[in-house]
Design a protein around this ligand. Sequence first.
Ligand code: SF4
Length: 518
Amino acid sequence: MPEPAISSSRPRVLSGMRPTGKLHLGNYMGALANWVKLQDEYECYFFIADWHALTTDYADTSRLKLNTLDVALDWLAAGLDPERSTIFVQSHVPQHAELSLLLGMMTPLGWLERVPTYKEQQENLSTKDLTTYGFLGYPVLMASDILLYQTQCVPVGQDQQAHVELTREVARRFNSMYKTSVFPEPEALFTPSPKLTGTDGRKMSKSYGNAIGLTESPAAVAEKIYGMSTGGQRIRQSDPGDPDQCPVGDLHKVFSSVELTAETQKGCRAASLRCEFCKIDAARSVCAITDPIHSKRMHLESRIEETWEMLRDQSTRAATRAEQTMQLVRSILNLSHDLGAVKRHFSESAEDLKKAHDLSQVSSWWNLPQDQRAKELRDYWKSNLLPRGVQLTQESNRVFTSLDRELEEPFLSLKKKRVFVTTSRSADEAETWFFEIPAKSYEVWTLLCWNRSDYWLHDFLIPQKYYAQAFAQAKKSLKKDEKIPVLLRKNGGRFLLSIHGSEPVDITELLSNYGPLE
Ligand code: SF4
């Protein structure tokens, strides 16, 4: 299993867009232009959310594939760079659906009904039947998109803050319920989105037919701007105007230089600037941004296959990263993908028991984070090595926080002995195992030892008399709550236990000896 820890030193960012066809200036200024900048500072994942499109547009999917391609072409034309970001299609990475299903199991219905866009969209899109399971559940799919990559930051507008908040709640619930820290709680990275009105003065939107396309030709952009509304102002050019009430004035604020914007404002208010010249200036400013994007799009359109190829490759890259998280999630939920994890000896013959000590089948656990590795090993030990008839029950229903990396619990044996079970930490030296044990009174220590050079599980059940004296001595010299370092070393065929530098004690006879638990 590949290393699941965050590999890049840059924080990871994820964002997506529904494929609704070619993008317009509002999409560009509201998100895409910012994403292009983020590529230098963050490890970026950008995805085309085609499954999200189905949550509202499930009835007519005829344009879905074409729209997906259009979005990809516009992204590339605008400067998203597959060399610096991972750019992929959501439905090419099935792990999004798998995680959504799993998180859906534990997400309370009330959380979804409270998401503000749930009611709003049902009212706004009244021509569509949105009383569907998919539409109610789309925030879970969105949370899965984010958590699947263990994302730290999500660039959003203010109106999407509720989705990030829900994602944080889902992550918290999962981590707490399953005593893990697999999902970081993502932070919202607010994107400045300047006011950009459409050609008729309403919010720029494809559905209003008032949008200026990001990759339209310069002539088409100029024509649209030339035909723009002035907000009903300056019917006579001798009338002074208010550029703050005019969509063309808005374009200047977003696309023109500070000097030109100031000059335009002055000329408009004094009626010394004719609207047609103001619009020509605005068109020039817009085209200075969109011209290169338009040219790049034309170039990409002549090589569509390359874009599909890029999406396929990048989706595979995304799926590889997503799979790292899913391996952890499946393991946390005890799903049986990893056959080693469910291996269990059904007879207790000496041969079977011997086989159970061989961990080479599950050597990939070594790459898990320490807490996860410890959990796997303890579960394995309980399933495969603990003799039938010896039952251990967990001592408390302690709630773990995401900061609790230890996840080590004392257990009670049948005869109410307090048994502490712990697993060896990284010690690259062959046949040497290192442990840290809380300075508390346990009646039996269970030390589970393995390391990278030897995938053989050595299990020791150590009653108090072997360690009580050295342990009491060690406690005196350590600070409150400090754990006691314990070293186990194999030397000349004997296993020697040393507690915080004390004289080693030979515990060879305790190897796989479960007598202390009876
Ligand atoms: S001068 Fe420019 S900003 Fe003023 S009303 Fe005319 S088009 Fe609008």
